[in-house]
Design a protein around this ligand. Structure first.
Ligand code: NCD
Ligand code: ZN
Ligand code: ZN
Length: 468
C-alpha cells in the first residue's frame, strides 16, 4: 500500500514540464506516471495543478548551535528550512565551540540529532588543528570548511601558511575543502586607509571586488596544484565569476571535469550596494553587497553553468545586534527560508529557466557533496521523496513576521517570493497549510564519505602498517 499519492501535479521530467502522479512508499519515490492505479493509500495529496519539484539542498547554513542559541538553534533553523522548501542542510563550523575536534563535533552532532526536523550534514572547521582533520573526516563530516581566508563571524580565519598546510592534509584524506575566499591582507590595509569612513557603504569598500578576486585566484591555483576537490563559497563578483568560468573552460577543453564547484547566495543575486540605504547595518555580510556589474555577471553565471549552486549562507544575528554602527555590527544575514521562494520568483520573472533553478538548488549540490549516493537531490524513482509542491503563480511579499528563524528580520522584506504549499522530507509532510508538522529529531545525519565502520578501520590500519 502506498504511503502517499500526489495527484493532479506537474513535474519537470525528461526536459519538459508534464502532468504526472507520484507514488511514495517508505520515504522513497517508487512510481511516476499517469493515472496510476492505487487501491488504497494512506494519504492523497491533490496538488490542484501545482508543480512538484525536488526540495532544496542548502550546503551553507549557520544554525548557531551550540553556543549562540539566541540567534538560532537546530530546531528553529530546521523549521525555517522546511517552511522554505529545504530538506537538507550542511552546517558550518563557526559555532561555540567551533567544530574543530571530536568533542565539538560530537556535541553538535547530538544536538542536531535531537532537534533537527530536516536531514543534515556537519562540516569540520579548519584552524591550526591540522592534527585533528583526519579524525574529523572519519567521524563523518561532509567537508572541511568553510575555511576562512579572511576574518568573518567567529574569527576562524587562518594565515596563508596554515591554509596551504591544511589543504595538503585534506588532499591526503581525499576530502573536499570549502573556502571562504577573501584576502585578509587587503582587508586590513583598507581598514587602515578608510578609518574615517563612517558610511554604510564602507563595508563594501573595505572588502572590494579585488579582495575576493585575489583570494579566489590563490585558492584556485592551490586547488589545481594539489588536485583536490574544492568548493568556493558565496562568490559575489564579476571577477571571481570570470575566473571560475575560465578555469572550468580550460579544464573541459582538456576533457577533464573541473575539480571545483562554487556557490552564489540569494543576497548577492538579488540585493546590491543600492540597498545600503534601506538596509543600513542589516546589509552587512561577508563578502559584502556588490554593484550592478557583479550582479549581472552572477546572473549570467547561474545561467551558463559557471556557478554550480545557490546556497543561503544563512547567518542569523538578532535585530538588536545588527541595529548598531556599521563597524560594530556582526556580519551575516538570515536566508535559509527565502532561498527557494526567491529562486522560484526569479524563474517566474524569466531571470533563469526552471530547469536551471532545479539543478542549482538540488542535483548540483547533491552531486558536489556526495549526497547523490544517499539518493538525495532528484525527483525520480528510487530517490528520497524530498519534495516541494508549489503554485508558480503565487507570488507574495516576503515578511519577517511569517518566517521561522530566531533572527526575526530579513534583508528581503517586501520582495516577492513563491513559497511552498507542501514540503515533504523522505515522504513525510513536514510543512503544509502554513504550519510545521514534524517532531524535533526526525532529521537524519548524512554522514560524509570519510566515515568508516570499525572493521574498515582495522583493514585500513593494517594497510597503513604494511605500507610503512
Ligand atoms: N557571511 C557572513 O557574513 N557571516 C557568517 C560567516 C561567513 O560565512 O563568513 C556568519 O557566520 O555570521
Ligand atoms: Zn563565509
Ligand atoms: Zn558562511
Amino acid at each position: 500500500m502506498p504511503d502517499i499519492l500526489i495527484k493532479n501535479t506537474r513535474i519537470y521530467y525528461n526536459n519538459s514540464l508534464q502532468p504526472a502522479e507520484i507514488i511514495i512508499e517508505d520515504g522513497k519515490v517508487t512510481k511516476i506516471g499517469k493515472d496510476l492505479r492505487v487501491s488504497s493509500s494512506d494519504t492523497i495529496i491533490d496538488a490542484g495543478g501545482a508543480l512538484t519539484l525536488p526540495a532544496g539542498i542548502d550546503v551553507h547554513v549557520h544554525f548557531r548551535e551550540p553556543g549562540m542559541t539566541l540567534k538560532e538553534d537546530w530546531y528553529t533553523g530546521s523549521c525555517a528550512a522546511a517552511a522554505g522548501g529545504i530538506t537538507t542542510v550542511i552546517d558550518q563550523p563557526n559555532t561555540v565551540p567551533p567544530t574543530t575536534d571530536r568533542r565539538a563535533f560530537e556535541q553538535k552532532f547530538k544536538l542536531a540529532r535531537k532537534k533537527s526536523i530536516v536531514d543534515f550534514g556537519i562540516n569540520g572547521g579548519v584552524t591550526g588543528n591540522i592534527e585533528n582533520l583526519k579524525e574529523l573526516w572519519k567521524l563523518g563530516i561532509t567537508a572541511f570548511g568553510e575555511i576562512f581566508m579572511a576574518e568573518s563571524t567567529g574569527g576562524l580565519n587562518i594565515n596563508e601558511e596554515t591554509f596551504e598546510e591544511a589543504l595538503a592534509e585534506i588532499k591526503r584524506l581525499g576530502a573536499p575543502a570549502t573556502i571562504h575566499a577573501e584576502d585578509e591582507k587587503m582587508r586590513l590595509e583598507l581598514e587602515e586607509l578608510l578609518k574615517g569612513d563612517t558610511s554604510y557603504e564602507y563595508h563594501s569598500r573595505v572588502r572590494p571586488n579585488a579582495c575576493e578576486a585575489i583570494a579566489v585566484q590563490r585558492a584556485l591555483e592551490l586547488v589545481s596544484r594539489l588536485k583536490i576537490r574544492a568548493h568556493i563559497c558565496h562568490i559575489s563578483t564579476l571577477e571571481a565569476t570570470g575566473m571560475v568560468r575560465k578555469e572550468k573552460y580550460l579544464a573541459r577543453r582538456e576533457n577533464k571535469e573541473p575539480l571545483f564547484t562554487c556557490e552564489v547566495t540569494p543576497h548577492h543575486l538579488f540585493l546590491s550596494t543600492r540597498d545600503w540605504e534601506r538596509l543600513r547595518s542589516f546589509g552587512k555580510m561577508n563578502p559584502p553587497l556588490r554593484g550592478s556589474h557583479s550582479i549581472k555577471a552572477l546572473v549570467n553565471g547561474i545561467n551558463d553553468g559557471t556557478i554550480d549552486m545557490v546556497a543561503s549562507d544563512h547567518a542569523p544575528h538578532l535585530e538588536s545586534e545588527k541595529d548598531v554602527d556599521i563597524k560594530v555590527a556582526p556580519s551575516g544575514v538570515p536566508g535559509v527560508e527565502t532561498l527557494m521562494p526567491l529562486m522560484l520568483a526569479a524563474v517566474r520573472k524569466n531571470i533563469l529557466p526552471l530547469s536551471r533553478m532545479i539543478l542549482l538548488t538540488s542535483w548540483n549540490p547533491a552531486k558536489a557533496f556526495g549526497l547523490d549516493r544517499k539518493f538525495k537531490g532528484r525527483l525520480d524513482v528510487g530517490f528520497d521523496a524530498d519534495l516541494i509542491i508549489v503554485n508558480p503563480r503565487e507570488l507574495r511579499p516576503i515578511k519577517a513576521e511569517f518566517l521561522h528563524s530566531k533572527a526575526g528580520w530579513t534583508p528581503f522584506e517586501g520582495m516577492e517570493g513563491i513559497f511552498p504549499e507542501y514540503t515533504l522530507s523522505r515522504g513525510e509532510i513536514i510543512w503544509s497549510e502554513e504550519s510545521i508538522n514534524a517532531k524535533p529529531g526526525r532529521g537524519n545525519f548524512l554522514e560524509g564519505r570519510g566515515k568508516r565502520s570499525e572493521e574498515d578501520e582495522e583493514d585500513l590500519d593494517q594497510a597503513d602498517e604494511s605500507q610503512e
